[in-house]
Every structure is written in structure tokens, then in C-alpha cells.
Design a protein around this ligand. Structure first.
Ligand SMILES: [Zn+2]
Length: 227
């Protein structure tokens, strides 16, 4: 299990030297997570599961720098470090958040940094660049990444559910807070209605969408909108 311990905003300039692609002075979200102390899943297998659900991870660049030689995992350039099981969970989570942000805001290039705590050893800070902290996409990306990550750790399939969740969320992002019906989502996303309903359930359960409680619609359908 991976747990969100804290989330805060700021420039966090001290981490800029850890990633040559970091944009100086850019605002960042820092999430502090506690990883599994005794992961039962090999880290390379975890990354492989994430890659199956999020093929965009295969195109990520990774510039992790460590004292010991890191090695790229199969199918990606996400680097894992021998003997660092906690960082090897947090670092793929960083890439997953970046990948989801890339879906939600495709025109913005961004970078991240993962920094492991010495004590407690399961704790890590993940810094993600944000141009605009006011939008809900940063929180959405973190929530969905945590959820997908938990599914991967528990060996629950990520496909097709999380691809559907991303496509459904994209419809709502384009709607710009307007209420949207499941029928409209199915039309715009090209997904079958049953899969739309499953994706909507994930997004509402994770408080990224809410149903319209009082509106009356001719169609009789419950509409949803972003929070
Ligand atoms: Zn990396």
C-alpha cells in the first residue's frame, strides 16, 4: 500500500539541481508518500504492470542521478536503483503523475523529482512542476495515479479501466465544468456505455466528479460535472 502523507505547494528551488530539465522558479506540487516497507512485488514487475495500463510511460525520459548505477526497466527508461525498494516505488509514481498530467494538459512540458527520506526509510517527496496551481488537473492526476498504483500493487488489472477513466476525464476537462450526461460522454469518448459507467464510478468515488443533485433533465439521465 502506498499512502499520501502530505501535499503542499511552492517553488522548492533546492530540488532544481537534481533534474537538469527542471525549469527555474517554476511552481511545484510536493507530495510526500509512504511506500510499502516490505513490497512483495519486485519493482521491475510493478513498473511492467504500470506500463501495461499507461503505455505513454514508455516514452518518458528519465534523468535520475544516484551514487550507484541505476538501470532502466524493461520497456521504459524509468530508472530503478539496486537496494532502494522505497524510492523504486515512489519514482515510478512520479512518472505516473507526469504521464497523467501529460494527458490532461498535453501542451505543457514538465519535469519531476523524487527525493527519498533517510528517516523514515519508506518516506519520499515527489515534486511535480505546475504552471498553474489553480486548476484541478494536478489533484486529479495525483488521485488517479495513486489509485492506479494501488491497483498495480494489488495485482488488479489496469486495463481497460484506467485508459477509460482518462478518456472520460478528458471529456469533462473539455466541458469546462459544464454538466455532462453519460450518453454524451459515450458519444465523445467512443466508449460503450457500460465502460463509461464504470469510469464515472471511479471518478465520482475519488471525488473528481460529482453528480448533479437537483437538475431535471429531459433525458432523465443523471448528469455529472467536475468538482
Ligand atoms: Zn525518472
Amino acid at each position: 500500500m502506498i499512502r499520501l502523507h502530505d501535499m503542499r505547494h511552492g517553488p522548492f528551488e533546492a530540488i532544481e539541481e537534481l533534474n537538469p530539465r527542471a525549469v527555474a522558479g517554476r511552481l511545484r506540487i510536493c507530495i510526500t508518500v509512504d511506500t510499502e516497507s516490505c513490497p512483495c512485488l519486485p519493482e521491475a514487475s510493478l513498473v511492467a504492470r504500470l506500463l501495461a495500463g499507461f503505455p505513454g510511460l514508455s516514452r518518458h525520459g528519465c534523468r535520475a542521478r544516484t551514487a550507484s548505477a541505476p538501470s532502466p526497466t524493461a520497456g521504459t527508461r524509468i530508472l530503478l536503483v539496486e537496494g532502494e525498494p522505497s524510492a523504486n516505488q515512489a519514482h515510478p509514481l512520479e512518472h505516473l503523475v507526469l504521464d497523467l498530467l501529460g494527458v490532461f494538459e498535453p501542451s505543457v512540458l514538465r519535469s519531476g523529482v523524487t527525493r527519498a527520506w533517510q528517516e523514515p526509510p519508506e518516506r519520499n517527496d515527489i515534486f511535480i512542476e505546475r504552471r498553474d496551481l489553480a486548476t484541478g488537473t494536478g489533484t486529479a492526476a495525483i488521485s488517479l495515479a495513486m489509485l492506479a498504483f494501488e491497483n498495480a500493487l494489488e495485482d488488479r488489472p489496469l486495463t481497460p479501466l484506467f485508459g477509460d477513466v482518462v478518456r472520460v476525464w478528458s471529456v469533462f476537462a473539455q466541458a469546462q465544468a459544464a454538466p455532462v450526461s453519460p450518453r454524451h460522454v459515450a458519444h465523445r469518448s467512443g466508449l460503450p456505455r457500460t465502460r463509461v459507467e464504470q469510469a464515472l464510478a471511479v471518478l465520482t468515488d475519488n471525488r473528481l466528479l460529482r453528480s448533479e443533485p437537483f437538475a431535471v433533465h429531459i433525458s432523465g439521465e443523471t448528469h455529472f460535472r467536475t468538482r
